[in-house]
Ligand binder design. Structure first.
Ligand code: NDP
Ligand code: 2IT
Length: 450
C-alpha cells in the first residue's frame, strides 16, 4: 500500500472497510487510492464529503456469485464460479465488462466494479458501475467449449441484467465471439431482441462502430491531450505498450496514426521488441484471426525478437501505455522507466501501476494518467452503443470516432480543471478521483438513503 497515508478523517474508515472485506487486497488497493485523492474534501461541509456517503459507495448494492457448470468436448463436467457485482446505480443502470480469466475472484471483480463507478461518472454518460466474470480460462478451449460455457453463464446471469438494470460488455477474455454467444442465449431464454442488454455486439446485430477500437484509441487520445497541454505531441515518440489484446492492439494503431512508434508489446509469456515498429497488420492476423501467441508474430517478422525473461518496462521509451492487467508495473519497473527517460504513462488497463510506481512517477515529475480517466473511452463508446440501440439507429465510423475523441478531450479537461480547483495542479489521479466521486456522491445525496 502507499506510504503517503490517508487524511486522518479517512484512516479509521479505511480500516473498517478492510475489516469487513478481509483478504480482498485488490479491492482495498482501489479504495485506498480513491480515499487518498479525496483528502481535499475531507472535513468539508457538503454532504458528499460525509463519511456516510463514502461508506455507502464502498458497499456494492448487490453481489451475485453463482455456479457455472459446463461440459468439455471430451464429455468431462467442469464447474466454474460466476460473478456479477452491481456496485452503484446512482447515475444509471449498472454498466461494466465481464472478465474470463483463471485469476478472477471476488476481490478482483469488486476492485474493477469500484473503479467502474468513477470511470463511468467521468464519461458524462448516464451509466452506473458494475463488473462480472468467471474464473473460466478461455485459453486453449475450442469454439464449442467457449459457446457451452457462455450459454451456461448466461443461463444464470440473464435474470439479473437488462437494458434498464445492468448492461455487461467485454473485458479480459471476453470479446466479440463470447458476446455473441452470450447475447444469443439471452435472446433465447427471454424471447426478446433486447439489443441494449449487452454492448460490444457485432456490427450487423446492434453493435456500434468504433467499440472494438475505443479503449485503445481513447487511451492514446488522452495521452495526446496530456502532451498538448504542454505544447508537445506524440509525433516521433518511442512508445511501449504492454499486452497484445483488444486494448493494446488499438493503442498501437492510434499511436502509429499520430506519428509515434510502438517498439514493444507483450503477453503473459514475455515481450516482443521490434525496433522497426510493431506491424499492426501482422499483429491483428496473429491475435484476432489465428488467436495465436506473440511467438507466432516473431516467427513471421525478422526485425522482432522475443524476450521471455525480465520486464517489458526495461525497454527504453518516451511514453509507456500499460494495457494488460492490474499490478503489472511495479515500483522497480517505474524506477527503470524513469532512469530510461520516460515522460508520460497513461493506463489502458485497470489499475496496472502498483501504488509505489504511481508515487515514483509523481516524485519524478512524469505525467501519469489513471485508467479510470485514460481508458474510459471503451465504456463511453458502450454508452454510445446503448444510445444507438435505444433509438434503433446506427452511426458511421467517422462520426462515432469524433464523438469518442470529444469525450476523451472532455474527460481530460475535467481532470485538469478539478485538480486545479482543489489545489492539486497537474495531478490527474486526484482530478479524476475527485471529479468522478463528487458527481456520484451528489446523485446519491439527492436520491436519499437507499
Ligand atoms: P484481452 O483479453 O483482449 O487481452 C489481455 C492482454 O493482457 C493479453 O495480451 C494477455 O496476455 C495480457 N494479460 C492478461 N492477464 C495477464 C496476466 N495476469 N499477466 C500477464 N499478461 C496478462 O483483454 P483487454 O485488452 O480487453 O483488457 C486489457 C486490460 O484493459 C484489462 O485490465 C481490462 O480490464 C482493461 N480494459 C479493457 C477494456 C475493454 O474495452 N476491453 C476497457 C477498459 C479497460 P495472454 O494472452 O498471454 O493472457
Ligand atoms: O473496464 C472497462 O471499462 C471495460 N471493460 C469496458 C466496460 C463496458 O461496459 O464497455
Amino acid at each position: 500500500m502507499s506510504t503517503n497515508g490517508l487524511h486522518p478523517n479517512f484512516q479509521q474508515h479505511f480500516d473498517d472497510m478492510v475489516a469487513i472485506n478481509p483478504g480482498e487486497t485488490e479491492f482495498h488497493q482501489a479504495v485506498y487510492e480513491v480515499m487518498q485523492s479525496l483528502a481535499p474534501i475531507a472535513g468539508r461541509v457538503p454532504e458528499y464529503a460525509q463519511w456516510s456517503i463514502l461508506k455507502r459507495v464502498c458497499e456494492p448494492e448487490r453481489q451475485i456469485i453463482f455456479r457455472v457448470p459446463w461440459v468439455t468436448d471430451d464429455g468431462d463436467v467442469q464447474i466454474q464460479r460466476g460473478f456479477r457485482v452491481e456496485f452503484n446505480s446512482a447515475l444509471g443502470p449498472y454498466k461494466g465488462g465481464l472478465r474470463f480469466h483463471p485469476s478472477v475472484n471476488l476481490s478482483i471483480i469488486k476492485f474493477l466494479g469500484f473503479e467502474q463507478i468513477f470511470k463511468n461518472s467521468l464519461t458524462g454518460m448516464p451509466i452506473g458501475g458494475g463488473k462480472g466474470g468467471s474464473d473460466f480460462d478461455p485459453k486453449g478451449k475450442s469454439d464449442t467449449e467457449i459457446m457451452r460455457f457462455c450459454q451456461s453463464f448466461m443461463t444464470e446471469l440473464y435474470r439479473h441484467i437488462g437494458e434498464y438494470t445492468d448492461v455487461p460488455a467485454g473485458d479480459i477474455g471476453v470479446g466479440g465471439r463470447e458476446l455473441g454467444y452470450l447475447f444469443g442465449q439471452y435472446k433465447r431464454i427471454t424471447n426478446r431482441y433486447e439489443s441494449g442488454v449487452l454492448t460490444g455486439k457485432g456490427l450487423s446485430w446492434g453493435g456500434s462502430q468504433v467499440r472494438t477500437e475505443a479503449t485503445g484509441y481513447g487511451t492514446v487520445y488522452f495521452a495526446q491531450e496530456m502532451l498538448k497541454e504542454r505544447g508537445e505531441s506524440l509525433e516521433g515518440r518511442r512508445v511501449v505498450v504492454s499486452g497484445s489484446g483488444n486494448v493494446a492492439i488499438y493503442a498501437v494503431e492510434k499511436v502509429h496514426q499520430l506519428g509515434g512508434t510502438v517498439v514493444a508489446i507483450s503477453d503473459s509469456g514475455g515481450h516482443v521488441v521490434d525496433e522497426k515498429g510493431i506491424d499492426l497488420e501482422l499483429l491483428r492476423e496473429v491475435k484476432e484471426v489465428r488467436r495465436g501467441r506473440l511467438t507466432d508474430y516473431v516467427e513471421a517478422r525478422s526485425s522482432a525478437s522475443h524476450v521471455s525473461e525480465g520486464s517489458i518496462w526495461q525497454v527504453p521509451c518516451d511514453v509507456a501505455l500499460p494495457c494488460a492487467t492490474q499490478n503489472e508495473l511495479s515500483a522497480e519497473d517505474a524506477h527503470t522507466l524513469i532512469r530510461n527517460g520516460v515522460k508520460l504513462v497513461a493506463e489502458g488497463a485497470n489499475m496496472p501501476c502498483e501504488p509505489g510506481a504511481i508515487e515514483a512517477f509523481k516524485d519524478a515529475g512524469v505525467l501519469y494518467a489513471p485508467g479510470k480517466a485514460s481508458n474510459a473511452g471503451g465504456v463511453a463508446t458502450s454508452a454510445l452503443e446503448m444510445q444507438q440501440n435505444a433509438s434503433r439507429d446506427s452511426w458511421g465510423f467517422e462520426e462515432t470516432e469524433a464523438a469518442l475523441e470529444e469525450i476523451m478531450r472532455d474527460i481530460h479537461r475535467n481532470c485538469v480543471d478539478t485538480a486545479a480547483e482543489y489545489d492539486c495542479e497537474g495531478d490527474y489521479m486526484a482530478g479524476a478521483n475527485l471529479a468522478g466521486y463528487i458527481k456520484v456522491a451528489d446523485a446519491m445525496v439527492a436520491q436519499g438513503v437507499i
